[in-house]
Write a protein that binds this ligand. Structure first.
Ligand code: PEP
Length: 256
């Protein structure tokens, strides 16, 4: 077990939830709950809540992330936000290639790769999401799908930058569906991701990368998932919207 070589991180993905007053209330509730966590704590919030989240978490162990970023530095890209705009206000992480972006907003491995490189160049830590569809799992091509995503999403990213990148294994069939991968399934694919990274970048790099599981992780199933040798915390949707539930996940990852 090489878990001591990397940090377990629990990252909340709030998606399109929480007005500013609601965000303030949730962060205030979360601060004392998160204070004793020994794992990394990240909340990825809608753009409109980023400044509030950065302000309210100053001096705490909670880091703030965005849910997407554009790959160009500036220009005629109506509705988009650049990496520099995020770092300027104190954002440290950004989710890239979430399956909802791939499914509803035409995100491809090529744009995931461009966004990842832009984020790293600006000093952001990307949380790059990969995962198979249900029918891909049923066709027994999960490993091919994951290997392809890892290779394309990280194409031309240096070994040093890969170490700063978090990979979130999120089987698409488990996101927001209440269907969780078993601990065995999560471990199997996270170990495969690490082996793929080892082939591409060497074992020392692979051992240093935080690989999260995401997909209906909740207070009941978290301990078993994060105890797996290659699962370094989680990317959490629904359960990140309630401070008490998120706190249970932080405890699980702190002890995992
Ligand atoms: C997610 O949005 O990344 C996610 C894992 O959602 P949920 O925990 O709700 O399945």
């Amino acid at each position: 077990m090489n878990k001591e070589l990397r940090q377990a991180i629990i990252a909340g993905n709030w998606k399109m939830n929480k007005t500013r007053p609601e965000a303030k209330a949730l962060i205030e509730e979360l601060k004392p709950i998160a204070a004793n966590a020994s794992c990394g704590v990240v909340i990825c919030v809608p753009y409109t809540n980023l400044e509030t989240a950065v302000e309210l978490t100053k001096g705490t162990n909670i880091k703030v992330g965005a849910e997407n970023v554009h790959f160009e530095k500036s220009g005629a890209f109506t509705g988009e936000i650049s990496a520099d705009m995020l770092t300027e206000i104190g954002v440290e992480y950004v989710i890239i290639g979430h399956s909802e972006r791939r499914q509803y907003f035409g995100e491809t491995d090529e744009t995931v790769n461009k966004r990842t490189k832009a984020a790293l160049a600006a000093g952001l830590k990307p949380i790059v999401c990969v995962g198979e569809l249900l029918w891909e799992r049923e066709c027994d091509i999960t490993e091919e799908v994951i290997a392809r995503q890892i290779k394309l999403d990280l194409f031309d990213v240096s070994a040093e930058d890969v170490k700063k990148t978090v990979i979130a294994y999120e089987p698409v069939w488990a996101i927001g569906t209440g269907k969780t991968a078993t601990a065995e399934q999560a471990q199997e694919v996270c170990a495969f991701i690490r082996a793929t990274l080892a082939k591409l970048y060497g074992q020392d790099v692979a051992d240093a990368v935080t690989i999260q599981y995401g997909g209906s992780m909740n207070p009941k199933n978290a301990s078993e998932l994060v105890a797996q040798p290659d699962v370094d915390g989680g990317l959490i949707g629904g359960a990140s919207l309630k401070a008490a539930d998120f706190g249970v996940l932080l405890d699980a990852a702190s002890n995992g």
